[in-house]
Design a protein around this ligand. Structure first.
Ligand SMILES: *Cc1c(COP(=O)(O)O)cnc(C)c1O
Length: 367
């Protein structure tokens, strides 16, 4: 039996995109490959392996379990845990040589007290420069650094994160950059000179070289997507994921007949329909109902009617030679750009990539 849908992952494209990022930031800045959420749906271990082979200097994940998976797979590289860890995982984190991000002095005390004696915890400190997600307020940074020093925790890096770097000309980028530089100056006053200072993710690294510091945390661009169309002239990216399915049934309906749950689409002419065995249960978002197209060979076919859990229907009246088994590209490859589809679905491409269901097989090519 063939799979209802398959995610083809082009590891050569991934390596190409990494080389592009390295070209943009220059040889002195290290690239940290962000592989959280199963490498944005692409498969954490094969993606991480390809990135390391391509020269990435670090990896970043959201949580301990994701980091553990990479270490268990034998990947020897600094792994940053962006979401930090609880004290009960401190001993395991040290044993596995993981680097949690820390933003709170009290939490740091708890984590450090759980580290077995004779072992040294390595951390990166996160400062909140205005996004107001994770990070220590600049006013709390001094105490945090003093706490780390007093506990003889190794502060290998200091980081922050930009909120609006994907909006060209957004003034908050300069404000956050200034705030970060102030935090670094304060750290230095208190005696901390972190080896790795990092601020930029994909959008920041493309938008402004002043955000590069010692390392950039690249996610989206590595997977071949532009955070904003205006960056297109700065970088040549190749999409890494191609989501494919095939036709399971073809039928012709008369004008006036409707399609799918709620009859949200009605045929204006005699219409040939193709039914595809993928729906929101596999990660093709329902919000794309009547708002997307798919690629079939050289042609495109619009999605018609409401996308259901396991099926979607497309109008193939103008597409020649469609029959059960005909291959269909939902995004990537010859199909639509996933960032554009994300927009059509009222979300962002990141969400579409990371929500392709686990049950959809990933097939790796190249690398
Ligand atoms: C997800 C994430 C990144 C990567 O962001 P992209 O836009 O995908 O490059 C970098 N840093 C942090 C803190 C993140 O959470």
């Amino acid at each position: 039996m063939t799979a209802r849908a398959v995610c083809f992952i082009d590891l050569d494209a991934l390596a190409h995109n990494l080389a592009e990022v390295q070209r943009i930031v220059g040889p002195k800045v290290r690239v940290c490959g962000v592989v959280k959420a199963n490498a944005y749906g692409h498969g954490a271990v094969p993606v991480a392996r390809t990135l390391l082979r391509g020269g990435a200097g670090a990896l970043a994940v959201a949580c301990f379990e994701e980091a553990e998976e990479l270490r268990t797979a034998g990947l020897a590289v600094p792994i940053l845990i962006l979401g930090g860890i609880d004290a009960e995982l401190a001993a395991d984190a040290v044993r596995l040589g993981l680097t949690p991000v820390v933003w709170d002095a009290e939490a740091l005390r708890e984590i450090a007290s759980a580290v077995p004696s004779g072992r040294r915890l390595q951390i990166h400190l996160k400062v909140d420069t205005g996004m107001h997600r994770l990070g220590a307020a600049p006013s709390a940074l001094e105490e945090l650094i003093r706490t780390a020093t007093e506990l003889s925790v190794e502060v290998d890096g200091v980081l922050s994160h930009l909120a609006c770097a994907d909006e060209p000309e957004n003034a908050s980028v300069a404000a956050q950059l200034a705030e970060f530089e102030e935090a670094l100056a304060l750290a230095e006053e208190v005696g901390l000179r972190p080896r790795i200072r990092h601020l930029a993710a994909s959008a920041g690294l493309l938008a402004d070289a002043r955000t590069h510091f010692d390392m950039v945390r690249a996610g989206l661009v590595l997977y071949g997507c532009l955070p904003h169309a205006s960056f297109a002239d700065r970088v040549t990216l190749r999409p890494v994921m191609e989501l494919r399915t095939h036709v399971v049934q073809v039928k012709t309906i008369p004008p006036g007949d409707a399609v799918g749950y709620g009859f949200t689409w009605r045929a204006e002419r005699q219409t040939r329909l193709a039914v595809l065995p993928i729906g929101y249960g596999q990660g093709y978002p329902r919000a794309l109902s009547n708002r997307a197209h798919v690629a079939i060979g050289e042609a495109t076919a619009p999605v018609v009617g409401t996308i259901s859990m396991d099926h979607v229907t497309v109008d193939v009246t103008d597409v020649p030679d469609v029959e059960p088994g005909t291959e269909v590209v939902l995004w990537g490859g010859t199909g639509p750009d996933v960032m554009q589809l994300g927009k059509s679905a009222g979300t962002i491409g990141y969400e579409l990539l990371s929500r392709v269901a686990h049950g959809v097989p990933r097939v790796y090519r190249g690398g």
